[in-house]
Design a protein around this ligand. Sequence first.
Ligand code: ADP
Length: 478
Amino acid sequence: MDMKLNYIAGQWQESSNAMANINPSDTSDIIGQYAHADKNQTEQAIKAARQAFSNWSKTGIQQRSELLDRIGQIILDRRQALGELLSREEGKTLPEGIGEATRAGQIFKFFAGEVLHMTGDLLPSTRPGLEVSITRDPIGVVGLITPWNFPIAIPAWKIAPALAYGNCVVFKPAELVPGSAHALAEIIVEAGIPEGVFNLVMGTGSEVGATIVDHPDIDAISFTGSVNTGKRIATNSISRMAKFQLEMGGKNPLIILDDADLDIAVDCAIQGAFFSTGQRCTASSRLIVTKGIHNRFVDAVEEKLSTLVIDHALKSGTHIGPVVDQRQLDQDIKYIDIGQSEGAKLVCGGELVKRDTNGFYLTPALFTDTSNDMRINREEIFGPVASVIAVDNYEQALQVANDTEFGLSAGIVTTSLKYASDFKRNIEAGMAMVNVPTAGVDYHVPFGGRKGSSYGSREQGQYAREFYTTVKTAYTLA
Ligand code: ADP
């Protein structure tokens, strides 16, 4: 089988190591062998990016806009094939895979427009005869480190603004999903990226990732992944004063009040907690339900779950694909055991099931009779596992929702304007959802959280420029 190569300094480069990309819906299906870069190759990529920066940062906005637009268009033209590859390597369903590929194309198109909207300020000075301008410069060489759960959208929402604002990129995708990253790199190359401006270095976090984070020529790091890795990146970046931005975990609450529309409540819960196999940092893992609707809600969720098809991600009719790999499956099962040993009641799911192909199939698990201090309600599981927490009223629901170390996304299902408004004001989260699932966001507005979920400025939309540029204040004696 051909090895898929890294793209370094304008060349597709071989490596002595490669790793098999395995389909989690069918472990006998090897998608390809993907080269693993080593430290030396990662350093070459960083050096190439540094050398390219001087010219790239001075390119005109027209050139950058056209390049981003071409990349976006090729992605959109190939969304079907990209979606299939994505679903095959990650395990989300084909409609979700195609949807994610489409999103990646839209993001590049959005930033193709954003480049043309760069603004600055020209101000009078407090000192006579002087004039002050405020403009933005690119930051330099950025290291982009991404997770496996959104194999093309997250790379797109980091790479597109990085290039748009004139930075050079060293991109390291997650080990489990090199296929989408490689396909995206091929498109970026095909669209005509100049040598060294964009580099793909597939490989391990401990070697490639750590080399990027610690390298003096990396000016900024944008990371999405686990809390532990995020903390390590923060410590290492601070020690050399590099700029960084982290998106990490969540333990997102969805409040359901007595006055909720039950269909909307069930839909938000199932979509938010279990679709994409629960493997989203915005997944609703804590369903906080007031007592008047509790039993009706639990029965309706259970009934709906029993109709969902858990099967091969590429099969039509599948609602939920497999867990991404054995390690994640072990973690999910560990937490299902922990929940039961803590006294929570497993109402349904949490079973390993066999399908025609050998994959990591787990039925969606719903716990009731849980309290917010249980480990299943405090620690991120990242699987198709959700807990119901019964509460007396809205005030208690809000208090429980905020009682967490995370703060990414949070939702409420209610028909009360009063509670919806209070929730938007007082929920301690970066994203607040009213009668919509906690997962599922637009690409033209900021994405990010607070507390232990995120660090640094927001990603996506116009807000992305805070991270990918640095402000310059210039004084001129006129
Ligand atoms: P997960 O446990 O979900 O895989 P990680 O935080 O380990 O989450 O992975 C997210 C990304 O961070 C991946 O691309 C991974 O390779 C990378 N990574 C892991 N360890 C390090 C590290 N020490 N330094 C830099 N990047 C890392």
